[in-house]
Design a protein around this ligand. Structure first.
Ligand code: SF4
Ligand code: SF4
Length: 133
């Protein structure tokens, strides 16, 4: 269930994250238990509890965080959260939101002609599949 903010409306990032994950992010009381047990925190710029806080405030840096990509979906945080929040589902939701921005990272028109002439076509096709929206 999505609860509302003090302004009367959930921010857009929170609304999407809650809808895709099915989790009530407002239930998090920032105890840090999820981060304390996470085996991937050394590689994260935002810890899982911090990530939830940033989403609650609608901060777009949550989508740029390394945390959402290095999360190993080990479910330890889900098991330990005293509020019954599946943090791994929130991580997955944030990955989905990021991917659905459909951002293109390769623009053929901007590639030098010399580069295009040297590249095997399959390299371009494979790159398009991976890096375009
Ligand atoms: S363990 Fe649960 S309640 Fe505690 S910070 Fe993590 S998500 Fe929030
Ligand atoms: S599911 Fe992800 S965030 Fe949770 S403990 Fe495992 S690696 Fe950390």
């Amino acid at each position: 269930m999505i609860k509302i903010t003090a302004s009367g409306r959930p921010n857009e990032l929170l609304r999407k994250a809650a809808a895709l994950s099915g989790q009530d992010l407002f239930a998090c009381y920032q105890c840090g238990t999820c981060s304390a047990g996470c085996p991937m925190v050394a590689e994260m710029d935002l810890l899982p509890d911090q990530l939830i806080r940033h989403v609650l405030f609608g901060m777009s840096d949550a989508l740029e965080s390394t945390a959402i990509w290095v999360c190993a979906s080990c479910y330890l945080c889900d098991e330990r959260c005293p509020r019954g929040i599946d943090v791994s589902k929130i991580m997955e939701a944030l990955r989905q939101i990021w991917l659905r921005q459909n951002e293109d990272y390769v623009h053929v028109a901007q590639l030098p002609k010399e580069t295009l002439a040297e590249l095997p076509p399959i390299a371009l096709v494979a790159n398009f599949r991976k890096n375009t929206g």
